[in-house]
Design a protein around this ligand. Structure first.
Ligand code: BTX
Length: 323
């Protein structure tokens, strides 16, 4: 609710200091009893709040949850994440975001869950999304761009996530074209962009983001244990997921505005700074077969340029890359 949002903003501004019950009720325009009720609800969600007579309330600690409250406490974006649709458990956040987009949800609407029972990867693959350990979220965008430019948003998202990971953990990740983010060569993030469009106009783009945050090695299923990792494994400590969500939203919003104003060029330069495959010999497995060659870079549209042994350059829209 709006009152709840204001209350969380107050606590964020107070930065761990006390705020008097009187002041809260004045600013929120509600009774002291109503303030108390909101405080009780936050406690039920796992927020630890201290109440001291005469001093008022202060937040001692926040739970490691990804509820709307957790995400909005201290969120610095202009619009991204200002509306959050949270559920404890979903089949896939993509499905919900698609439905909300269809019903007219605003740009920047975020769908997020603690657990996905049918998390989706690309080309019908599965994305493993266990409870309470990762970030499983979908963001609704409505970019005024022609549909063929939509793949650029996948690359933009990858850059934003790398910047956010760097901000929060100090670790510098690598990007493998088009949508993998790697730490020490293992996959830590997956991005899935789904487009709803007419031939000449984009209705919405759903940006699906999966980040392995606090999983231990044993918590990965055996078939991906050697190829997957989490931030906690690489960093050696747990990370507050909501904090990372906030940073991802902030970096995404910044890059998105930059992109709409200045186009893909500046994003491309940032992307190349994180890319591992460029200049290397790789194999690209596409739906029409495999191509071996040297990755020259990406085009201004975001396609991969691959030079084969006959010096022929292939422009690739979608593939899996083996280094
Ligand atoms: P992808 O097709 O590039 O990667 C999927 C492949 O990655 C799987 O086949 C498997 O080998 C491996 N994999 C599966 N789960 C994990 C994991 N947790 N960590 C590392 N590797 C894994 C990538 O697809 C796009 C994933 C997007 C996921 C988000 S989560 C929120 C949103 N909702 C939803 O259903 N999907 C997106």
């Amino acid at each position: 609710s709006d009152t709840r949002k204001k209350l969380l903003e107050l606590f964020a501004e107070a930065n761990g200091d006390f705020i008097s019950g009187q002041k809260i009720s004045e600013i929120l325009g509600c009774s002291r009893a109503a303030v108390w009720k909101h405080i009780e609800e936050l406690r039920k969600e796992g927020f630890e709040l201290e109440a001291v007579r005469r001093l008022g309330y202060r937040i001692v600690s926040t739970p490691d949850k990804v509820t709307a409250n957790e995400i909005q406490l201290g969120l610095k974006t202009e619009t991204f994440g200002h509306f959050v649709h949270f559920e404890e458990e979903v089949a896939s956040t993509q499905k919900i975001a698609l439905k909300l987009a269809y019903e007219g949800a605003k740009e920047g609407t975020l769908v997020i869950s603690e657990l996905q029972t049918a998390g989706r990867g690309r080309m019908g693959r599965k994305w493993f999304s266990p409870k309470g350990t990762g970030i499983w979220m979908s963001l609704i965008l409505r970019p005024p761009i022609p549909p063929q430019k939509a793949p650029q948003l996948t690359l933009l998202t990858a850059v934003a996530i790398c910047q956010a990971i760097q901000q929060v953990t100090g670790i510098v990740p690598d990007i493998k074209w088009p949508n993998d983010i790697l730490l020490n060569g293992k996959k830590c993030v997956g991005i899935l962009t789904e487009l709803q469009a007419d031939p000449d106009r984009v209705h919405s783009v759903i940006i699906g983001i999966g980040v392995n945050v606090n999983q231990t090695v044993e918590q990965f299923p055996e078939d991906i244990r050697t190829i997957a990792t989490s931030l906690a494994i690489e960093k050696g400590e747990r990370i507050k997921r909501a904090r990372l969500v906030q940073e991802i939203l902030l970096q995404l919003e910044k890059l998105y505005h930059q992109y709409l104003q200045h186009g893909f060029r500046p994003i491309k330069l940032l992307w190349e700074g994180y890319a591992v495959s460029i200049g290397k010999k790789i194999t690209a497995r596409t739906l029409n077969g495999s191509i071996k060659g040297t990755a020259l870079g990406i085009t201004d549209e975001g396609l991969l340029m691959l030079e084969d042994e006959d010096k022929h350059i292939h422009y690739i829209h979608s593939a899996d890359i083996q280094l």
